[in-house]
Design a protein around this ligand. Sequence first.
Ligand SMILES: Nc1ncnc2c1ncn2[C@@H]1O[C@H](COP(=O)(O)OP(=O)(O)OP(=O)(O)O)[C@@H](O)[C@H]1O
Length: 247
Amino acid sequence: MSAPIPGNPVLRVEGLAASIGHQPVIERIDLEVPAGRVTAILGRNGAGKTSTIKAILGLIPRSGVVELAGERIDGLLTHRIVRRGVGYVPEDREVFASLTVAENLRLAERDGAPGRELVVELFPDIVQRAGQRAGTLSGGQQQMVSLARALLNDNRILLVDEPTKGLAPKLVTEVAAALERAAQVVPILLVEQNLQVARRLAAQVVVIESGRTVHAGPADEFFADEERVERLLGVHSEGDPTSEANR
Ligand SMILES: Nc1ncnc2c1ncn2[C@@H]1O[C@H](COP(=O)(O)OP(=O)(O)OP(=O)(O)O)[C@@H](O)[C@H]1O
């Protein structure tokens, strides 16, 4: 484990453990998300990345410390955590297929002054499709709607789970660009299996193995150590993101 990051983190997790139906899914997760950056959670399939995000949100029973801007949130119910400013972009996007894009966005508005300008700037294509049913959008467009919903509200942090999963390379690039721009506005904790995307976006990385944090530190240092990347993730840091071996 590396030394703690100086300054107050937006999110701090210490000794987080969680289970699903009495089955432990994470055992000891420690991580910090500094302000103004993307922190990527990396790890092999089944390592516990999604479970970490769900445990932070209180979607699964958990124990340990979770602090948002220095305040404990690990005893709160999910809706209270969300109201404190934790935005969630789930892995399966969860757009309402039978509603239009505009309706999907309107349903997500939590604040009196939603960040519509940012959404219009970041997702012009989505805004143009305001009247289209979300279920008829491509996977990448649905991902944009899901991200746009989280950005409408004045969140302190976004938890984004595998936003590029299953997308064609061109859409991967578009989603990565949208996330890069979003990260200028709000810190992001990003689960990302595509190492090229993680390299492009992340300032910090946290590596999880069998439900435990096994490495945390600056992204450039991590990716420069190819032997470590290979050992912890089983892939090359320069690997082809579209190949099955790198997913
Ligand atoms: N609903 C569930 N019931 C039982 N076990 C589960 C459930 N969901 C996840 N697990 C187990 O918990 C562990 C962590 O799963 P998790 O989905 O968090 O991993 P992950 O790192 O996000 O994996 P992937 O990269 O494949 O999405 C795995 O061993 C998985 O089999």
